[in-house]
Ligand binder design. Structure first.
Ligand code: FAD
Length: 439
């Protein structure tokens, strides 16, 4: 009999997992909380390992066709003096692509059920099947772009509480977190509200691909905590200019870094990271980014200035502070940021989500579900947590370094480290081997 999976979240991890499981012969439903499937208006760098995983998922060539492949141009000081150049190894090449284009490729013509916010999940212990509970008509969790981080956090907390209180007493029409109303209501009223508002769906496997604030993780790994990195980031996409780079460029300053790279459609994706108070927002984010980088190299300033107000995004950077010992429970598994949200400094969050999805699909082809989940942990936990640790280390030496003396020492060291050594050091990261080849 065909086995069934519910995938929570239609981000890079969820859409990739849908491909992996369908290839393994599973019947898949993808549930997305937002009213449409959508991608951040920014670019993403896909490295060799991510591309191998995308090959396994059947979309490697489509990505190669649309993305811009280039070798890194180098790392520079904030004033544009070279610290490291001459990246030659083929494996250092990145495929950079707009996230919208990548989403389109990963999704294909797959149906995604939107407006389906999962608020709780159960595993398959005690003979039951794994399940998720949907809250119909819930607010779009990500109408958040224009809202403050504080409000978003309040929403996350509310989401968790709501999940826990589904089985409590509610009166029709009441906000389910109104405790007094919960106590007033009769059992029938509770049932009526619950039935209209919440729906429980079962499957052989629930895949939590719902990002850093995963409702699936909160339900089944309740002790896991996220952490604010102390840094915020502005992201923009502009048409290439005369001083745009032909490959990824990074600029390192005091307590800040800036990067840019060419992507599809003759465009350039840039990002600027800087130490900042959590939840800070400006009326005019272009002006805020300009203030942050106003004495940096001219090309940095040019790219910010070329960005439209509607085209700039600001995101505070969070990561998962808790290292999960296992990414599965009976009948439930986590992929992508839900399992191992890391800082973007290593550029491996998305790439590792592709690896997760490809690994899971391959393991489900020729193992029982239970064995596949055990193998999945073996393949994924150590590797992804090494990514998390390296990303954290890079954040310490790049963005978080404020002292001029330390910045000078770091820059000197980068100057002395040949690019080749950096390339070799990254080999373990770039060489993802599919379990098909290792078994
Ligand atoms: C500034 C920045 C730059 C980055 N650059 C790179 C890079 O160059 N290369 C790279 O590999 N990675 C990069 N990353 C990391 C990468 O973006 C993430 O690791 C990746 O997007 C994670 O994908 P995901 O599908 O696990 O989670 P998400 O992208 O967060 O997707 C989760 C999905 O689940 C939905 N969802 C959430 N909650 C629920 C719910 N309760 N019910 C139903 N649906 C829900 C969301 O709406 C969303 O669609 C970067 C990250 C940042 C912040």
């Amino acid at each position: 009999m065909t086995q069934t999976a519910i995938i929570v979240g239609a981000g890079l991890g969820g859409l990739s997992a849908a491909r992996g499981l369908e290839a393994a012969g599973w019947q898949v439903r993808v549930l997305e909380a937002a009213p449409q499937v959508r991608a951040l208006g920014a670019g993403i760098s896909i490295t060799e390992n991510g591309l191998s995983a995308l090959d396994e998922l059947g979309v490697g060539d489509a990505v190669r066709e649309r993305a811009v492949r280039s070798l890194p141009e180098g790392i520079y000081t904030d004033q544009g003096s070279p610290l490291q150049e001459d990246f030659h190894a083929d494996s250092s090449a990145v495929h950079a692509i707009h996230r919208g284009t990548l989403h389109e490729i990963l999704r294909g013509d797959r149906e995604v059920e939107t407006g389906m916010r999962v608020v709780s999940a159960t595993d398959a212990s005690g003979g039951a099947r794994a399940s998720v509970t949907i809250e119909h008509g819930a607010a779009d969790p990500d109408s958040t772009d224009a809202r403050s981080e504080r409000e978003r956090r309040a929403d996350r907390v509310r989401g968790t509480k709501l999940g826990r209180r589904i089985h409590r007493v509610l009166e029709p029409g009441d906000d389910p977190i109104d405790r007094k109303a919960e106590r007033r209501a009769s059992r029938d009223q509770v049932r009526a509200v619950r039935d209209a508002r919440f729906e429980t769906l079962e499957a052989d496997l629930v895949i939590g691909a719902d990002g850093i604030d995963s409702a699936v993780r909160k339900a089944l790994w309740p002790k896991a905590r996220t952490d604010y990195s102390g840094a915020t980031t502005w992201l923009g996409v502009v048409q290439a200019e005369a001083d745009s780079p032909a490959g990824p460029r990074m600029y390192l300053g005091r307590g800040a870094e800036f990067g840019m790279e060419p992507i599809d459609g003759g465009r350039v994706y840039w990002w600027g990271m800087a130490l900042a108070r959590m939840g800070g927002h400006a009326e005019d984010e272009i002006a805020a980014a300009q203030r942050q980088f106003d004495d940096w190299a001219p090309e940095v300033r040019d790219h910010i200035a070329a960005t439209s107000q509607a085209g700039i995004i600001r995101r505070d950077l969070w990561s998962l502070a808790t290292r999960l010992r296992s990414y599965h429970r009976p009948g439930v598994v986590l992929v992508g940021d839900a399992a191992h949200a890391m800082l973007p400094t290593l550029g491996q969050g998305g790439n590792s989500a592709f690896e997760d999805a490809a690994t899971l699909g391959i393991l489900l082809e020729d193992h029982s579900l239970e064995q596949a989940l055990v193998e999945y942990d073996r393949e994924r936990v150590e590797r992804t947590q090494r990514f998390m640790a390296v990303a954290e280390r890079i954040a310490r030496t790049n963005t978080r370094m404020r002292s001029p003396l330390l910045v000078a020492a770091r820059n000197g060291l980068l100057n002395l480290t040949p690019a080749l050594a950096t390339e070799i050091a990254g080999d373990w990261m770039l060489a993802w081997r599919s379990p098909r080849h290792t078994s």
